[in-house]
Write a protein that binds this ligand. Structure first.
Ligand code: ATP
Ligand code: ZN
Length: 210
């Protein structure tokens, strides 16, 4: 039988939980941090350790058969993949936030304003849906400092606890999307026996947690 390949985050917020989930599925493998790829000894599976941003494309292009990645990354990269299973970890929200003293208090106040974000596609979709024209400033990190530097009037960023916002004098005023880690696969290949076997194991791990 062909060996299945799964892509998971190499290091970062989803790495540990992804590894833990696979181990709880009864898969035996060495979690070598230095190696990009590792084999599972008791299941025809190889694990690829990648940057999370690359995972949706690797799956879409068939380099990996399946992957674990945040829904936020899937939506932002606009790939066309199948959602196989929600995994219940890596939960966060993408929120709009402004400085505490800002006159912007609701979504319609954003008309004509500048918004800094690392998620321009998700933000653009949202603004179009709300029929608002704003100036999206795409930056790759430390979005929360943009208003203080005068780069933007508002930000659109990932928030889990809210403490980073508070520490930068910002307050959220609208939740746009919720995200969690998702097991993704290529469309049309969801029903291969190995993928089904793995999904069943994952579902029993998730059920045991409830
Ligand atoms: P990489 O080096 O793989 O590109 P990264 O720095 O882009 O990693 P992380 O910060 O490790 O990404 O976050 C990975 C994912 O964890 C996010 O895309 C999101 O789905 C989820 N997540 C959960 N809570 C948070 C949070 N507070 N901040 C950022 N991401 C979070
Ligand atoms: Zn990333």
């Amino acid at each position: 039988m062909k060996t299945l390949k799964i892509a998971i985050q190499k290091s970062g917020r989803l790495n540990e939980k992804s590894v833990e989930l696979l181990k709880n599925c009864g898969l035996n493998f060495e979690n070598y941090k230095s190696s990009l790829i590792t084999s599972v000894s008791n299941f025809p599976l190889e694990i690829l350790f990648l940057r999370d941003d690359d995972i949706p494309e690797y799956v879409q292009d068939g380099i990996a058969d399946i992957g674990i990645v945040g829904e936020n990354v899937i939506q932002e990269t606009k790939v066309d993949v199948a959602y196989l299973q929600r995994l219940g970890f890596g939960k966060c929200k993408l929120k709009l936030a402004v400085p505490v003293n800002s006159p912007i208090q609701k979504v319609s106040d954003l008309e004509g304003k500048a918004i800094a974000t690392s998620y321009p596609n998700i933000l653009n979709n949202f603004l179009q849906k709300e029929d608002i024209k704003a100036d999206i400033k795409t930056i790759s990190g430390s979005v929360e400092i943009a208003p203080g530097l005068g780069l933007s009037d508002a930000i659109f960023d990932i928030v889990s606890t809210g403490s980073t916002l508070k520490n930068n004098g910002l307050q959220p005023f609208a939740d746009v999307v919720s995200s969690e880690a998702i097991l993704i696969g290529r469309k049309g290949e969801e029903n291969t026996p190995l993928i089904q076997e793995l999904i069943q194991r994952i579902q029993s791990v998730l059920r045991a947690k409830d």
